[in-house]
Ligand binder design. Structure first.
Ligand SMILES: [Zn+2]
Length: 479
């Protein structure tokens, strides 16, 4: 089935065509590592993971890059204000590099907890200063950038496509966005490629002076080019990245290289919390730990996100998360019942039940191919489940096909925590694996994560392990 994606640049759904047959190169704007990302930030990163899984499911060899911004992202997203990292460092009274390390570690732990397949490269902006300087020098040489003292600005008047992605016209920008008047700029909409500030802690001695640091936008142009080349397939980010960040990336890269930069731009809508923007003052800026502390698995959050289409509003409340958790638990339960049905072999196989599975598979794939319509794909699973449940226990052929569909859906969406998969099907759990699962069950029970505890109990049961809860702890034997 042909993959079709909405391209933010053309504002149209387009059939996906890679630049190089069989290969996809893609770049995602990653976190600015000044604070541990909140659950809303992860919506965009989960989208990147979904895209990766779908493309690999289609057999593409994917090269995936997500950057970490550790310098140059100023508080207002544009050219003024303090560096986010340095502002946080001042508040916490620590070295900014220490924050980079702590936050990056938390970020990778979160990605892992969410079941995100690691990207091939996670470049850090501060490790790519020479690449940025090289592009800036080219831009100056070609007349697209100019130096004022130790600062360098991009001259937007030299790039006619500036504004095409965001739909912003340069004239309107000046009035509409109330750009702060900066006497150094030739045009108020010009943006900084390189800034100089002796007070900056994270700074580099380059051809532009002793105390410089990069603008946020040039970082992504440089890192994308280094790992993916001058022209690559897909670039994603949150909707807030469209302007100025991505608009500026396009201008820099295309002006410097005199060729197309990215074929397909994809943007994820923000997550809403309690129906609005999350904010510190409302106390609803949640981290993944906050969810786990309330007995949810990060995978429940992942499921909540997938239940909404990436270009639509998705709202987060504890109630909605509970609904997502219950809904996911139904899929987990259904899968173990299908496995049991496979073993018993006494259920119902009719042409109708087999056809229902085939039809669900088709609907699932068609939904994913249609601009990653995950809610429709998930709905197809539930429609099938409800149909089969009405018939009674599934026969082994029906169960086999339904399990294959669930495995396929899991590979694309990431539905089930993989630890549950430990060899239970073969009935050949090693003693170590049994012990590990029992230990995990105790842990998740303590955290009141009942769905996971039940999942483990079922998995053990399926593998023929009998548990006895006694005063001296859990004993087990093979049944
Ligand atoms: Zn970026």
């Amino acid at each position: 089935m042909e993959l079709r994606f909405y391209n933010s640049y053309s504002r149209q759904i387009e059939a996906f065509q890679p630049i190089e047959p069989g290969k996809v190169r893609m770049y995602h704007c990653g976190p600015t590592v000044y604070q541990r990302p909140h659950i809303g930030n992860y919506r965009a990163f989960l989208f990147a993971d979904l895209l990766r899984r779908v493309l690999e499911g289609y057999g593409y060899e994917v090269t995936q890059v997500m950057n970490l911004t550790d310098v140059g992202h100023l508080l207002n997203d544009a050219d003024e204000g303090e560096d986010k990292l340095e502002a946080q460092a001042r508040k916490d009274k620590v070295d900014p590099w220490q924050i980079v390390e702590t936050v990056s570690r938390a970020f990778f732990q979160d990605l892992d907890a969410l079941g995100v397949i690691p990207a091939h490269h996670y470049p850090c902006a501060s490790d790519h200063i020479s690449e940025m300087v090289a592009i800036i020098e080219v831009l100056i040489e070609k007349g697209h950038a100019y130096r004022v003292g130790d600062n360098v600005y991009f001259d937007v008047s030299t790039f006619s496509r500036y504004g095409q992605l965001s739909g912003n016209k340069v004239e309107d920008l000046v009035a509409g966005l109330r750009l702060e008047i900066n006497e150094e700029k030739r045009h108020p909409a010009d943006f900084a490629l390189w800034k100089s500030d002796p007070a900056h802690i994270m700074k580099w001695d380059t051809v532009f002076g002793e105390h410089g640091f990069p603008g946020w936008h040039i970082e992504c142009s440089a890192m994308a080019e280094k790992y993916l080349g001058k022209h690559f397939d897909i670039h994603t980010g949150g909707e807030d990245n469209v302007f100025p960040h991505h608009e500026c990336e396009i201008a820099q890269s295309e002006a410097a290289n005199e060729q197309a930069f990215v074929n397909l731009w994809m943007h994820t809508r923000f997550l809403q919390v309690d129906g609005g923007k999350m904010s510190k003052s409302l106390g609803n800026v949640y981290s993944l730990d906050d969810l786990v502390a309330r007995g949810f698995s990060p995978w429940d959050y992942r499921f909540l996100v997938l239940r909404g289409h990436y270009r639509t509003q998705v709202n987060f409340t504890w109630e909605i998360l509970r609904g997502a958790k219950e809904s996911r638990a139904k899929l987990i339960d259904w899968r173990s019942r299908l496995r049991a049905a496979m073993r018993s072999g006494g259920g119902v196989d009719t042409p109708a039940t087999i056809d229902a599975v085939t039809a669900a598979h088709e609907v699932f794939d068609a939904a994913i191919a249609d601009d990653l319509n995950t809610p429709e794909a998930i709905a197809a699973l539930f429609t099938l489940r409800n149909k089969l449940v009405q018939v009674g226990e599934a026969g082994s052929r029906t169960a086999d096909a339904a399990i294959a569909l669930l495995d396929h859906a899991d590979s694309i969406l990431g539905l089930f925590e993989p630890a549950a998969e430990v060899n239970v099907d073969s009935g050949a759990l090693s003693d170590d694996q049994v012990e590990a699962l029992i230990a995990e069950r105790a842990e998740v029970r303590a955290a009141k994560n009942w769905a996971r505890a039940d999942e483990i109990r079922d998995a053990l049961q399926t593998a023929g392990i009998v548990l006895e809860d006694t005063a001296s702890g859990v004993h087990w034997h093979r049944g």
